[in-house]
Design a protein around this ligand. Structure first.
Ligand SMILES: *Cc1c(COP(=O)(O)O)cnc(C)c1O
Length: 424
């Protein structure tokens, strides 16, 4: 039943292992819910992209928003990864792991003055800029700091990528990027931005896109845009194709890094710009699993519900995107399956990990693993229902460590206070 191409999570002797460690051993020691990451799967996926695109030596900026655990970031920085950041907090995390600032691209539709100044001070490679007012603001701040900063315009190629609406970003109905006409005008009149060097073109059309075609359509549109600029004597030094490569959650057959490169590289023949990429999910998605404990099975006469000790506050993807995560037992032997909804304890009908799914009915108190939980998992967790955030563990071979402690009650009330005027 467990057929994912993720070799570092596999059954041996009726036990689920992450690399050389029994998942049940970690769950017993650390408690549940807990995210477990395989170091090997993580770096393998980074290397797959690096290898596939070797001919053009791209700057691969891991999209930190997919997973910003410091151990994950450090492992990738050690592999030579740069980072695609979207906030001042992510910039600070990049610095903390010793990232090469010359491999950092700063995106986001709304950067604050403080974030912009910090990034200029840190000497990042470039800003991916998403609007004219933002451009003016970065120019103003750079001027005050007496710096010139490199800018790539995030253009909106206005294509509809076939993915979930909430992660589709390449259409003009969405808030992202600058329409091509306005972007062209900005490039042509860039002399008015005295402290900017506008020399990059950036696209990012969405996430969990499993086929090459939408990427190719967008890249071709962006290249035609670059051609138009070069005809007017404007040199483009950076071409950033964003992220969005899809992975296996259920029965998808996504392109491999190699298949993707084989289609993209021919389009880039003869180009002198440096290629940037911003994969997030592709690198970390299948490198993580999420472990929860079955509390009990509830049967209301109409339906059965398997209630687990994790909720939508821990892993929101199923509630938010209707996302599928495969659910498998940590000890698979001697159990039958049951048709049910797998649900968390949170007071929301949307707190559901699986709808009408046949899952293995492990004993009460036994562990279940939700697969492909490495991307947009822990980073999107919250304290809703006053629930502490889960722990995170990294495994490398036969070694493992808690890389993020589980929150405790003290963490949950940190900074909270009851004012004098209501405290009688
Ligand atoms: C989210 C995001 C990414 C990463 O997307 P994945 O689907 O995780 O690869 C890359 N670039 C930008 C600008 C993003 O917003």
């Amino acid at each position: 039943m467990y057929s994912h191409p993720i070799h570092d999570f596999s059954y041996r002797n009726e036990e689920l292992y992450c690399e050389g460690i029994k998942v049940s051993a970690i769950a017993k020691k650390v408690g549940t819910p807990v995210y477990i990451y395989s170091y090997q799967t993580l770096v393998d996926h980074f290397r797959k992209i690096k290898e596939a695109f070797r001919a053009v030596n791209p700057i691969i900026c891991f999209a930190m928003k997919a997973n910003s655990n410091l151990a994950i970031l450090k492992a990738l920085a050690n592999e030579g990864a740069g980072f695609d950041i979207v906030s001042g907090g992510e910039l600070k995390k990049a610095r903390l792991v010793g990232a090469d600032m010359k491999k950092i691209a700063f995106a986001s539709v709304g950067k604050t003055d403080g974030e912009i100044a910090d990034a200029i001070k840190a000497g990042i490679l470039l800003f991916n800029v998403e609007s004219k007012p933002e451009l003016e603001n970065i120019n103003r701040i750079a001027g005050k700091m007496k710096k010139t900063v490199q800018v790539a315009l995030r253009v909106n190629p206005d294509i509809d990528a076939p993915t979930h609406d909430k992660i589709n970003t390449g259409s003009l109905k969405k808030k992202f990027g600058i329409d091509l006409k306005t972007a062209r005008k900005i490039f042509l009149e860039q002399k008015i931005y005295k402290n900017l060097h506008i020399n990059g073109v950036h696209i990012h059309i969405g996430s969990q896109i499993t086929k090459a075609e939408p990427f190719l359509t967008a890249i071709k549109k962006a290249l035609a845009f670059v051609d138009g600029l070069e005809k007017n004597g404007i040199k483009v030094d950076y071409f950033d194709i964003g992220g969005g490569l899809g992975i296996v959650y259920n029965d998808e057959t996504p392109q491999t890094a190699r298949e993707f490169a084989d289609k993209v590289l021919p389009l880039l023949k003869g180009r002198t710009f440096r290629l940037l990429m911003e994969p997030g999910r592709f690198i970390v998605g299948n490198a993580g699993i999420f472990i929860t404990r079955k509390l009990y099975l509830k049967d209301n006469g109409v339906k059965k519900f398997m209630i687990v000790d994790a909720g939508m506050n821990d892993l929101v993807r199923p509630s938010m995107y209707g996302a599928y995560h495969e659910i498998i037992p940590v000890k698979p032997s001697g159990i039958a399956s049951v048709m049910c909804d797998v649900v968390g304890p949170i007071c929301e009908s949307g707190d559901v990990f699986a709808h009408d799914r046949r899952v293995m009915n492990v004993k009460d108190g036994d562990f279940l693993a939700l697969l492909s939980a490495g991307a947009y998992g822990y980073v999107m967790s919250s304290n809703y229902n006053v629930r502490p955030r889960a722990a995170e563990v990294m495994v490398k071979g036969r070694q493992w460590a808690v890389v993020q402690e589980r929150e405790n009650f003290k963490d949950l009330i940190k900074g909270a206070s009851i004012p004098e005027f209501i405290s009688h």
